[in-house]
Ligand binder design. Structure first.
Ligand SMILES: Cc1ncc(COP(=O)(O)O)c(C=O)c1O
Length: 350
């Protein structure tokens, strides 16, 4: 068994599973970045967009990508705290980017800006949350492979009913990267079922696909595999499993000294993306992570922020102390028990 890291391939259902995104017009892209990138590039050209406000706590790779398209201002976000945008000095015509970080936030109050600014919401960490399904933002997008077992995919939709950019063609470059990911997912599925496949091969295929996405020279459409599968999965059922696993593991971990459960007092109806734990400092975090990896548990760091003046000191601290533990539909309570035991034992070895 393996805990965390990329999804293995899970066979989609024959039938379409209706969901709140696909009920309305949407456009599919190769990855989340191509969705937001295509929108920004088009609106810079056609609507004169000049500035986008990005949360201070966000994936540096994606912020850098957006900076290559438009001027970026940063606004402060403290993970786990309410997203407050009302006192920002956003000018008429500017764009506000809001992220539902770890799927635990509620829709912010945008009322002071009514009709004056454009709002884009990122629902990657829980595409089918209540917030996402009732959004009134100008545009919303989500990267699909973070919560659904797909090799690629990004979806863009507009609750406000604005025009959507056309889907770009599927490039050869993206076809190769997504095929590398897909092969990795198939190989991982076989590996988990006891077939003898080199773990390093699976890892190399995942990395090669992800590097392909990170170094893409142009935006692409989605792969055929993901296009035909993305709305054939029982996503609401999976959200319920994730929610139960979350609460089960968080309750166990709460008993331990030496770590904090990040934001355990969730608003009703939110389904966290993962169980985020905070260790004393970066040294303890790295040591726990190393021990967990040796036990086949692969937590992520979301995200690794540079220790420089561009990042808020409290955001850097959070980034250095955090580990995101997967608790999604791949896992049962027994798996959560295993993860708990391993974290407990890793803490005693420190
Ligand atoms: C919250 C969030 N938004 C957007 C993205 C961008 O998605 P993609 O990697 O599909 O471009 C990511 C990717 O890590 C993400 O974590």
């Amino acid at each position: 068994m393996e805990y965390g890291s990329d999804f293995h391939w899970i066979e989609p259902n024959q039938e379409l599973v209706s969901n709140c995104i696909s009920k309305n017009p949407y456009t599919l892209f190769g990855i989340g970045r191509f969705a937001i990138g295509s929108l920004i590039s088009q609106m810079v050209k056609e609507a004169g967009w000049k500035r986008i406000w990005m949360p201070s706590y966000f994936c540096p790779l994606i912020t850098a990508y957006i900076k290559s398209l438009i001027s970026v201002s940063s606004y402060p976000i403290i993970p786990g705290k309410e997203i407050k945008v009302s006192d920002l000095l956003i000018k008429q015509g500017e764009v506000l980017f809001v992220n539902n970080l770890f799927g635990i936030n509620q829709k912010p109050d945008y009322s002071v800006y009514q009709g004056k600014i454009t709002v884009i919401e990122d629902h990657t960490h829980d595409p089918y949350s209540d917030w996402s399904c009732t959004s009134q933002a100008d545009w919303c997008f989500a990267s699909l492979r973070k919560t659904i077992p797909l090799p690629d995919g990004g979806v863009l939709w507009s609750p406000a009913g604005h025009t959507l950019p056309d889907a770009p063609d599927l490039t050869i470059e993206h076809r190769l990267s997504s095929l590398s990911k897909f092969s990795a997912m198939l190989a991982k599925e076989r590996y988990l079922n006891g077939k003898i496949i080199l773990k390093q091969l699976i890892r190399d295929l995942f990395i090669s696909g992800e590097n392909g996405y990170n170094n893409a020279s142009e935006n692409s459409g989605i792969s055929a595999i993901s296009r035909h599968s993305w709305n054939h999965f029982p996503v609401q059922k999976w959200r319920t499993v994730r929610k139960h696993n979350y609460h089960y593991l968080a309750r166990l971990l709460k008993k331990l000294d030496g770590l904090e459960i990040f934001c355990n007092n969730h608003i009703k109806n939110v389904v966290p993306f993962s169980v985020v734990i905070l260790l004393k400092d970066s040294k303890s975090r790295d040591s726990i992570r190393k021990t967990l990896i040796s036990k086949n548990i692969y937590p992520s760091v979301l995200w690794d922020l540079a220790e420089d003046e561009h990042n808020l000191p409290e955001n850097i601290k959070f980034s250095q102390r955090m580990l995101s533990i997967h608790c999604d539909m791949r896992y049962s309570r027994r798996d959560m028990d295993y993860i708990y035991e391993q974290i407990k034992s890793a803490l005693t070895k420190m």
